[in-house]
Design a protein around this ligand. Structure first.
Ligand SMILES: [Zn+2]
Length: 171
């Protein structure tokens, strides 16, 4: 009896949600990354995958919720979609953007550039680049990407480089 109760404790009930993470390639081929009993646990799987996704064909991740016991198409819902893009800072394709374009982050260990909504002012979007210890407030997502690109250009300008002025080989 105790064993039975233990088992029912871990079994899913009618109406419970399970979450799936689906990886999608450029050719629209789908691959299941995992199926988990909570949003937190599926997010964890997805974050782990994103970190190492640069060497894969996966350019999009779709998180779905499935309602156990429900019949019909409403049993499945798309929770969120993430797209992989080129990072405005490091230019590597490790920049994951949420489908609604309010949040993004670079999963390259040395870069970690990010864009996310301000926690107090809901109309403001912030962006930052930990390596240069900079954060800036922006109007919207597109401006945040431009600001990050500018941060990179400014950082490059600060690095003394060999001048190309004396290089006449192009003439
Ligand atoms: Zn980056």
């Amino acid at each position: 009896m105790i064993q039975y109760e233990y088992l029912t404790g871990i079994m899913a009930d009618i109406g419970d949600l399970v979450f799936t993470a689906i990886g999608i390639s450029r050719d629209q081929e789908e691959d299941t990354l995992g199926i988990m009993p909570s949003r937190d646990s599926v997010d964890e799987i997805v974050r782990g995958f994103m970190t190492n996704a640069e060497d894969t064909e996966i350019v999009e991740i779709r998180i779905e919720s499935w309602t156990i016991g429900q019949i019909g198409s409403e049993a499945k819902n798309v929770v969120i979609t993430h797209f992989r893009d080129a990072c405005p800072i490091c230019t590597r394709t490790t920049f994951w953007v949420e489908g609604n374009e309010i949040r993004a982050s670079c999963h390259d260990r040395l870069c970690r550039a990010w864009i996310e909504p301000n926690s107090i002012d809901k109309n403001r979007i912030d962006c930052g680049w930990p390596a240069s210890q900079r954060t800036e407030a922006c109007e919207d997502f597109d401006e945040a990407k431009i600001v990050l690109t500018r941060m990179r250009a400014e950082a490059e300008a600060e690095i003394p480089s060999e001048s190309s002025v004396t290089d006449g080989s192009e003439f």
